[in-house]
Design a protein around this ligand. Structure first.
Ligand code: DX5
Ligand code: ZN
Length: 220
């Protein structure tokens, strides 16, 4: 598959969210990354299913919900009913990782696991057959605009063959911008989350998206 940029609305201007999403979609954006934070698992608060439902009405783009919340099992059904196409959870927040993945899939969404900096990528190894997606955090989750941590990719080569064998899409999240995206190309990563590099004052979200998409596709 061709590399995809997945803009994170965390850095969007929510007073004109529809317009900002349309700007990305109008430039070929296919996926939107929704950072859900509960002020408990991470020290920041964002939004819940209510806003996912509103965004579902704004766009046909694929909506991926990155749940940075304690006890995600309690809310997964609400997020899928609100329109999330993909649900990504942190293993340490699940009572049973396998049950959570199965639950997401039984609701008709795609399921993925998220690995934080400092956690080994191999923690997802037992679940590869049940995962659609792996999200590698390249910043400590909680805030947009942090610096990319290259060391999170150290153990990717080791896991890469089993990821490929199980058809698991690999995504990276945090600190991806025009200067850092070159560091993560050609490493088996399919999707690149970008928040502050897409939603900023330099240019429209669509233009920023396009610049990153071109860099991801061509390396220049
Ligand atoms: C961090 C979030 C990221 C964040 C990325 O907790 O998971 O998705 O929005 O923002 P940037 O691209 O600004 O690092
Ligand atoms: Zn995220």
């Amino acid at each position: 598959m061709k590399p995809q940029i997945s803009p994170s609305v965390l850095s969007a201007d929510f007073s004109k969210l529809g317009e900002q999403i349309a700007s990305v979609a109008g430039n070929g954006g296919e996926v939107l990354h929704l950072d859900v934070m509960d002020g408990h698992y991470v020290p920041n608060l964002t939004f819940g299913p209510l806003l996912v439902k509103a965004m579902r009405k704004m766009t046909d783009m694929i909506l991926e919900a990155h749940l940075m919340i304690s006890d995600p099992d309690q809310y997964i059904e609400n997020f899928v009913k609100a329109g999330a196409d993909i649900v990504l959870v942190h293993p340490s927040t699940c009572a049973s990782v396998r049950d959570t993945l199965r639950n997401i899939k039984s609701l008709g969404a795609k399921a993925g696991l998220v690995v934080n900096p400092g956690e080994k990528l191999s923690i997802v190894a037992p679940y590869l057959a049940e995962m659609d997606q792996l999200l590698i955090m390249s910043v400590v989750p909680g805030f947009g605009g942090q610096s990319f941590m290259p060391e999170v990719l150290n153990d990717l080569p080791e896991l890469r063959p089993s990821l490929q064998k199980n058809n698991v899409l690999v995504e990276i999240d945090g600190g991806i911008n025009q200067s850092t995206i070159g560091l993560v190309l050609d490493k088996g990563i399919n999707r690149f989350v970008a928040g502050s590099a897409v939603f900023n004052k330099d240019a429209s979200p669509g233009v920023n998206f396009n610049t990153l998409q071109t860099l991801a596709a061509t390396g220049k």
